[in-house]
Design a protein around this ligand. Structure first.
Ligand SMILES: [Zn+2]
Length: 434
C-alpha cells in the first residue's frame, strides 16, 4: 500500500508532512536523501533534513511515509499549444465546442504527467482563456495556465493554416493594437512571430518577418501592463532584432549559433532561450508515414542547428528554459519531460537540464517567487517519482514511474492503486498518464 500513512487526521487544513523523501529541490542543489517536506494551506513550510524538522505539538498532522522516493517541484513547460495534440498534420479544421474540450483535455493530460504549469504560446480563438477561467474557479482540475492568446504575425500564409491561432498585424500601429487587444482579452504575455516558421509549408524559418520598430512597440505595450514578450525566432537576424528590442524569451532559436554577439547580448540582458528540441526528436523516432514530407524534411534540416545553438548558448551562460512545443506532429502532451532529456543530449548537464524545467522556467514566466522550487514559502507543486530522474532524464516522462502529482498541496494525479486520505484529494483527482 502506498503511501504509508503514519498519522492521519480528518481536518481539511492539517499540516501534510512528506517523510523520508530524496529531495531534488529544483534550484540545482545536490539531492538530499532522507528529507522532510511539510505543507500547510497549499504552501511549503519546511523542506530539508528530517532531523531539523520540528512540528508544533498542537497542530493536526498528516504524515505520509514515502520510503525514499524522489520529490521534486512540479515541472514547468514554457512552450506548448493546447490546441494541437500531435496530429501528423497540424493543419486541421475544427469547431469551437470541440476545440474547447480538446484544450481542457490536453491541459489535464499534462497535469497527469507532472507538468503543473504550462505556458501556451498560441491558442485557438482565445478559447483557452475560458478553459483557464474554468480551472481557476475549480470546476475542473487542471494545471496553472499562462496564456499568450493569439500568435501575432505579419501577413503571411501561416494564418491560412492555423486560422484560430493567428492575429495578423502589419506596421507599428497594428502591432500596438494587437498587443493591447490580446492583453485586454486575457493574455498573460504577448507572443510575436518574428521569423518564418517550420510548420508553414512555404515558411522560411531563417527569414525575418517583423521589423525592429514593430517588435519594440509590442515590448513597450506589454510593459505597460506588466507583461512579457515571447518571440518565435529561428533565423539569426530575427533573433538579433528581437533580443535588441527587449523581448524576454527567444522561442526555438534555431540559428542562434550563427551570432556570437547575439548570444553575448542574451547573457548580458538575461534573455531566455526556449529551444523546443523535442519537435525534431519525435519526428526522428516516430512513424512519420502520415506526416507531410515537407514537414519531415524541414524538421531534419533544422534539428542539428538547433542542438548546436543550445550547446553554445548553454556554454556561454544564456538562461535556458524548458519548452516542448507539445502539439507539433507526433509531439504529444504528457510526454513533455522528454524535452529535458533532449536538452541533455544537446550538451547540458542533467541537473542543469532539469532546472531548466523548474526554477529557470519559473523565472522565464516571472513566477519564481511562487513556484519552481521546493523552498519554504512557495506553492506546494510537487512531483513524486519512483526512481532518480538524474540517472535517466527520460524517467521524467515515464508514466510507470510518476507516482503522484500535487498542485498547491492538493493531490491532482496518482497511480490508480495508491490510496490517500480524502482530505488532500483534488475534486477530480486524475490518474497518472491518463
Ligand atoms: Zn510553438
Amino acid at each position: 500500500m502506498f503511501p504509508r500513512i503514519l498519522k492521519s487526521v480528518n481536518a481539511m487544513n492539517a499540516l501534510v508532512v512528506f517523510q523520508n523523501v530524496t529531495l531534488i529541490d529544483g534550484t540545482g542543489c545536490e539531492p538530499l536523501p532522507e528529507a522532510t517536506v511539510a505543507v500547510r494551506d497549499g504552501k511549503i513550510v519546511y523542506a530539508g533534513k528530517a532531523k531539523r524538522w520540528q512540528p508544533s505539538l498542537q497542530e493536526d498532522i498528516l504524515n505520509l511515509e514515502l520510503g525514499g522516493k524522489y520529490l521534486l517541484p512540479g515541472l514547468i513547460d514554457c512552450h506548448v499549444h493546447l490546441s494541437g495534440s500531435g496530429e501528423p498534420d497540424s493543419r486541421f479544421k475544427t469547431d469551437d465546442g470541440s476545440m474547447t474540450l480538446k484544450i481542457l483535455n490536453n491541459a489535464r493530460r499534462n497535469l497527469a504527467a507532472g507538468i503543473t504549469t504550462l505556458r501556451d504560446l498560441g491558442g485557438w480563438n482565445e478559447l483557452e482563456f475560458a478553459v483557464r477561467g474554468s480551472i481557476q474557479r475549480g470546476e475542473f482540475t487542471g494545471p496553472r495556465l499562462v496564456l499568450a492568446g493569439r500568435f501575432i504575425s505579419i501577413s503571411e500564409s501561416g494564418a491560412d493554416h492555423y486560422e484560430g491561432m493567428y492575429r495578423i498585424a502589419d506596421g507599428v500601429e497594428q502591432v500596438r493594437k494587437a498587443a493591447r487587444e490580446q492583453i485586454k482579452h486575457g493574455a498573460d504575455l504577448v507572443k510575436l512571430g518574428v521569423t518564418g516558421a517550420v510548420l508553414v509549408e512555404d515558411g522560411v524559418p531563417g527569414a525575418t518577418h517583423f521589423n525592429s520598430d514593430e517588435i519594440s512597440v509590442a515590448v513597450e505595450e506589454a510593459a505597460k501592463f506588466g507583461r512579457r514578450v515571447a518571440a518565435h525566432a529561428h533565423g539569426i537576424d530575427g533573433i538579433r532584432k528581437a533580443v535588441l528590442a527587449g523581448v524576454h524569451s527567444i522561442e526555438h532559436g534555431t540559428y542562434l549559433y550563427q551570432g556570437k554577439d547575439v548570444i553575448e547580448e542574451m547573457v548580458r540582458r538575461g534573455t531566455f532561450l526556449v529551444p523546443t528540441l523535442k519537435t525534431g526528436h519525435d519526428l526522428g523516432k516516430g512513424n512519420t508515414s502520415k506526416v507531410p514530407a515537407w514537414i519531415v524534411e524541414k524538421m531534419r534540416e533544422t534539428q542539428e542547428a538547433a542542438k548546436k545553438s543550445v550547446r553554445l548558448a548553454y556554454q556561454a551562460g544564456v538562461p535556458i528554459a524548458m519548452g516542448s512545443d507539445a502539439a507539433t506532429p507526433l509531439n504529444y502532451h504528457g510526454e513533455n519531460g522528454l524535452e529535458v532529456y533532449c536538452m541533455q543530449q544537446a550538451g547540458m548537464k542533467p541537473m542543469d537540464a532539469l532546472v531548466s524545467s523548474t526554477l529557470t522556467a519559473a523565472k522565464a514566466l516571472n513566477l519564481d517567487s511562487r513556484i519552481g522550487s521546493i523552498e519554504e514559502g512557495k506553492l506546494a507543486d510537487i512531483l513524486i517519482l519512483d526512481a532518480d530522474p538524474l540517472e535517466d532524464l527520460k524517467r521524467l516522462a515515464d508514466k510507470k514511474l510518476i507516482r503522484a502529482v500535487f498542485l498547491e498541496g492538493k493531490l491532482v494525479a496518482r497511480q490508480p492503486a495508491d490510496s490517500y486520505p480524502r482530505t488532500i484529494l483534488a475534486r477530480d483527482c486524475l490518474t497518472v498518464g491518463q
